[in-house]
Structures are given as structure tokens and as C-alpha cells.
Design a protein around this ligand. Structure first.
Ligand code: UDP
Length: 330
């Protein structure tokens, strides 16, 4: 029997890669997306093979209908990015928490076999243990991190109480082709790639010695598939590369000039996933090294040609509230 998967946020950066992988596995895919940040163009190459509904999970009355006969729900619809979450926490709460709640409620009435939740490594805040295991202290530093964590708590609670069989995957700095570029100052790859195309210097936060666990998006998609296929539920896994690389090294790979901008409050020096649990229980392994990943992304760099180009002054203006609210010295 063909497996049926419903992917919320399926037109987004990670979602569209999950769609690609599931379709290649002959899984019947339905995408729900409100296209606030997702793009139909991310699915253009595959749209004849899937069903797409424009739908806002906060308000749509047809969730029960979309869930009919569905086996897997892969819940990726969310608002990302730190700055707008500080400026507009209500919107983040509404999408990331209420949206998740509504979807879970609909799942209780359906007969799904697996719910996969996209959680964020930002739940660890400024970690104290490296590599960081799932059992590390939870300490969100800003509303985006908090709302993704609250969503995860809902999912785990609904898994336990209402028996919606769920797995939460805590993503670490996902990057790759189609990483979202919108009007907001967001994840570093989108910022750097637009700067590279415009031949502007890379804006390096602090001295660039901070490190991140950058995880290639197709590896993330494979992790999601493994989790969906597994017999486990009510589980949380880190989904990261299990390595950590400095921003200075990233710039060596991307090649170009740099300019330094102030360190940002609430940011960890290191993110570094302990991935032994997902390796052991789901038999998942990251396969794309940072060097390979950067090469693959550079091959697709035209995707970023209309993306906003951030300069130190624009970043200073955009991150005003970040410094205002999060800086402990204020
Ligand atoms: N970063 C940077 N310049 C920028 C944006 C980000 O050097 O213009 C650095 C940032 O300090 C962090 C890393 O890139 O160490 C990843 O930042 P991002 O905002 O993508 O993710 P997060 O900080 O949430 O891990």
C-alpha cells in the first residue's frame, strides 16, 4: 500500500527537500503551505507529482479533510528567524504554538501512524556541554526558540496523553540549496551568499571564531524519513552533523573579504550536536561534509540573486531590538 504523507510547510526550504525525497520513494505527498515564506517555485519541478493546498494551519477548517487516510504528518510549517520573533512574538506564538496545537487536535481525530515535529537546537540556548545531548538543559533565549520549544512540548504531550505517535527532531543550523531568503535578516548562509553575489564583504559577527553545527538539508530530509519509518514514538532526537565549524572557516570556503560586526547577545559560542542517539536508534548518519555542502550551494548560487544584500549599517538598524531586549547590560 502506498504511504501517504502530509507535509506542512512543504513549499519552504526544508519542506521542499523533504517533498523531493518522499516522492523519490514513491510516497504520496500532500503539501499544506500558506506561502508566507514558502514558495511555489521551490516545488515547480515536482508539482505534477504532488497535491498542494494553500492553507494556514491556524485558521483552516479543512484540516480533518486533509488528514483523511494520511499515514505520516511532517510538521515543518513555522516562522523562523530571531529578529522578527523579538519584534512580533504574538505572530510567532500564533503560528508555532497555536498552529501546532490545531494540527495535533486534528491528528487526534485521524488515524496517523507518525507525527514528525521540526524542533530547534535553539532550545538549548547557550549550552554548557559539548557535544550537546538531548538531555542538556533547556534554556531558550528569544521568542523564536521559546515558541519552537513550546510546540515540542505540545507534541510530546499529545504523543503521551492522546497517543499521537510522535518524534521531535531538533535541527542544528540547516543549510543548503533553497535556504530561504526573504526581507528579514536571517540565517547566515542566506546573508553570506547574497553578499558574495553582490561582491560585498561578508559581515562576520565578532571575530568569527564562534562555531556552528551546520547540517546539510538533504541529510535532514533523510533523518526525517528515517524517523517517519521507525517504530519509535514519543522520542526526541538531535539532528545535526555532529561536527562544528567556525565562521572564519566558512568564509575560507566561500572565499571573499570580510568585515566584522558586533557580537550579538544571547548567541552561543558553539553549537555542536551529540548525535549518538539518532545514530544508534534510527541508524541515521550525516553524509555531506561542510566542504561538499558549500560546493553544492555555490553551484546553485543564482537562487540568491534577488536576495537582500546586508551591510553592517543595515544590520545595525535591523538588529536594534535584539540588542535592546537581549543585552543583559541594558
Ligand atoms: N553570523 C555571522 N554574520 C552574519 C550572520 C550570522 O557571522 O551576518 C554568524 C553568527 O554569529 C553565528 C552563525 O553565523 O555564529 C550562524 O548564525 P545564524 O543566525 O544563521 O544561526 P544561529 O546563530 O541561530 O545559530
Amino acid at each position: 500500500m502506498t504511504i501517504k504523507a502530509l507535509i506542512t510547510g512543504g513549499a519552504g526550504f526544508i519542506g521542499s527537500h523533504v517533498v523531493d525525497l518522499l516522492v523519490s520513494e514513491n510516497i504520496e505527498v500532500t503539501v499544506l503551505d500558506n506561502f508566507s515564506t514558502g514558495r511555489l517555485s521551490n516545488l515547480n519541478h515536482i508539482k505534477s507529482k504532488i497535491t498542494i493546498h494553500q492553507c494556514d494551519i491556524r485558521t483552516d477548517d479543512n484540516l480533518d479533510l486533509y488528514l483523511k487516510d494520511v499515514d505520516w504528518v511532517i510538521h515543518l510549517a513555522a516562522l523562523a528567524d530571531i529578529v522578527p520573533s523579538i519584534q512580533n512574538p504574538k505572530e510567532y506564538y500564533s503560528v508555532n504554538v497555536n498552529g501546532t496545537f490545531r494540527l495535533l487536535e486534528a491528528c487526534v481525530k485521524s488515524n496517523i501512524s507518525k507525527f514528525i515535529y521540526a524542533a530547534s537546537s535553539s532550545c538549548y540556548g547557550i549550552p554548557e556541554i559539548f557535544p550537546t545531548p538531548e538531555t542538556a538543559k533547556i534554556n531558550p533565549q528569544y521568542p523564536y526558540a521559546l515558541t519552537k520549544r513550546l510546540g515540542e512540548e505540545l507534541v510530546m504531550h499529545w504523543s503521551k496523553v492522546y497517543k499521537v505517535p510522535s518524534i521531535s527532531l531538533r535541527f542544528f543550523n540547516v543549510y543548503g540549496p533553497r535556504s530561504r531568503t526573504s526581507g528579514t535578516y536571517g540565517a547566515v548562509f542566506g546573508v553570506f551568499l547574497a553578499q558574495k553575489l553582490a561582491k560585498k564583504p561578508f559581515t562576520v559577527v565578532g571575530d568569527g571564531s564562534q562555531t556552528r553545527d551546520f547540517t546539510f538539508v538533504t541529510d535532514v530530509a533523510k533523518g526525517i524519513l528515517k524517523a517517519a519509518k521507525s517504530n519509535y514514538s514519543n522520542k526526541i532526537y538531535n539532528l545535526g552533523s555532529g561536527k562544528t565549524v567556525s565562521i572564519n572557516y566558512l568564509i575560507e570556503l566561500l572565499k571573499g573579504k570580510k568585515v566584522n560586526i558586533p557580537k550579538r547577545p544571547g548567541e552561543p559560542e558553539i553549537t555542536f550536536a551529540n548525535i549518538s542517539k539518532i545514530q544508534r536508534e534510527l541508524n541515521w548518519e550525516p553524509t555531506i561534509s561542510i566542504e561538499e555542502g558549500v560546493n553544492l550551494i555555490i553551484k546553485n548560487i543564482d537562487y540568491w540573486k534577488n536576495a537582500p544584500v546586508w551591510t553592517p549599517n543595515k544590520i545595525k538598524a535591523e538588529t536594534k531590538d535584539w540588542f535592546k531586549f537581549l543585552d543583559k547590560n541594558n
